[in-house]
Design a protein around this ligand. Structure first.
Ligand SMILES: *Cc1c(COP(=O)(O)O)cnc(C)c1O
Length: 356
């Protein structure tokens, strides 16, 4: 630990969010997405906290191996699929599941001699044009895999939505859903469509396997920010850092790089030991909320590499070492992300990488 900023993860919040997801989609099974080190929260910590999840989703084989080595026994799905025969063999050996999204993967899977059959999620491209097979090859692949000895069950029928976060403009999502149903018609097997945004905004996707990520971590996936409902989700990550200086400044004094913020009156400012090296976004404007000594306050001046400055007007002066919360229960990461012109996903991942 070389940084003063701290990421703390609340297992209770993770479990509460999972329970909330289950009550939204009581008939669905939950694949908890823990890729990118569980969005910065720590994949092993989160997988242990979410022992009630039906399965976990990771980006690649290395992330799946990390969970297996930590003793996680639930099914783990490799969302990016395998890249070669060695990875396919490892997936089989470790009892993992894999997404299949290209024809050559179907060839390798049906030609391989594997120690055990693997769970396959066959991915249809319904319009996002990232991973997935086109309609014709999808049906052909499904037919070849349906009863194949290397395939655990009929493949799960899967797609991913590009615009589910935009509840005000549902047309693109409706077109993707229509395409999915048209292409998968008559194929037996479970289906899997919903990410966090779809779960909230498109109730018709709350079936089969759902794949929440962000909501488990208590951040809000829809454009436009969390309304009253959104606040019921419990933020699992807190990013905090100690106060390392309290300064008395005069009217007209400029604060920080670029001298972009100027004190309108004589006032106190706290210096908090966190900055963009800790994953706090450099682009937040002045007035972005923080909590200091348990009270709401505002950032002033530019964000430095390892320091931010906080307006103390109207607040009792904190002591050196008092904690400032940059995001967590008190300040929503969605709100900080919105002000920084980015999404909570990016901030959570960055803080997790920098400090943990
Ligand atoms: C990351 C990911 C998810 C989870 O997305 P959230 O928006 O965090 O809920 C679901 N499915 C796939 C294929 C993903 O890559």
């Amino acid at each position: 630990m070389t940084r003063l900023a701290r990421v703390t993860v609340c297992s209770g919040a993770l479990r509460a969010n999972l329970a909330r997801i289950r009550s939204l989609a009581p008939r669905a099974r939950v694949l908890a997405v823990v890729k990118a080190n569980a969005y910065g929260h720590g994949a092993v910590t989160v997988a242990r906290a979410l022992g009630e999840a039906d399965a976990f989703g990771v980006a690649n084989l290395a992330e799946a191996v990390q969970l297996r080595e930590a003793g996680v026994r639930q099914p783990v799905l490799v969302l990016g699929g395998f890249r070669n025969d060695e990875e396919l063999a490892a997936i089989s050996r470790l009892g993992l599941w894999t997404v299949v999204h290209q024809d050559w993967q179907v060839e390798r899977l049906t030609a391989a001699s594997l120690p055990a059959p693997v769970g396959v999620w066959l991915k249809l491209d319904t319009g996002m044009h990232r991973l997935g097979l086109e309609a014709g090859p999808f049906r052909e692949a499904w037919r070849r895999l349906e009863d194949h000895v290397n395939c655990l069950r009929p493949p799960v029928l899967m797609t991913h939505l590009a615009c589910a976060d935009d509840a005000a403009h549902p047309e693109f999502t409706h077109a993707q859903l229509r395409r999915f149903h048209a292409v998968t018609e008559g194929l037996r097997g479970e289906s899997s469509i919903a990410n966090s945004a779809a779960l909230l905004a498109f109730p018709q996707t709350r079936a089969g396997w759902i794949r929440p990520g962000l909501l488990l971590y208590g951040a809000w996936p829809l454009l436009g920010g969390a309304q009253r409902d959104g606040l019921a989700w419990r933020p699992a990550m807190r990013l905090s850092a100690p106060v390392i200086a309290v300064r008395r400044l005069r009217a007209g004094d400029a604060v920080g790089y670029g001298a972009t913020w100027v004190c309108p009156e004589d006032m106190d400012v706290a210096v908090v030991a966190a900055g963009y090296a800790d994953g706090y976004p450099r682009h937040v404007p002045p007035q972005t909320p923080v909590f200091i000594g348990g009270r709401p306050a505002r950032v002033v001046g530019r964000i430095s590499m390892d320091m931010i400055t906080v307006d103390l007007r109207g607040l009792p002066a904190p002591r050196i070492g008092d904690e400032a919360v940059l995001w967590g229960e008190e300040v929503r990461v969605d709100e900080v992300a919105r002000r920084a012109g980015t999404i909570p996903y990016e901030l959570l991942c960055a803080a997790g990488r920098c400090v943990t």
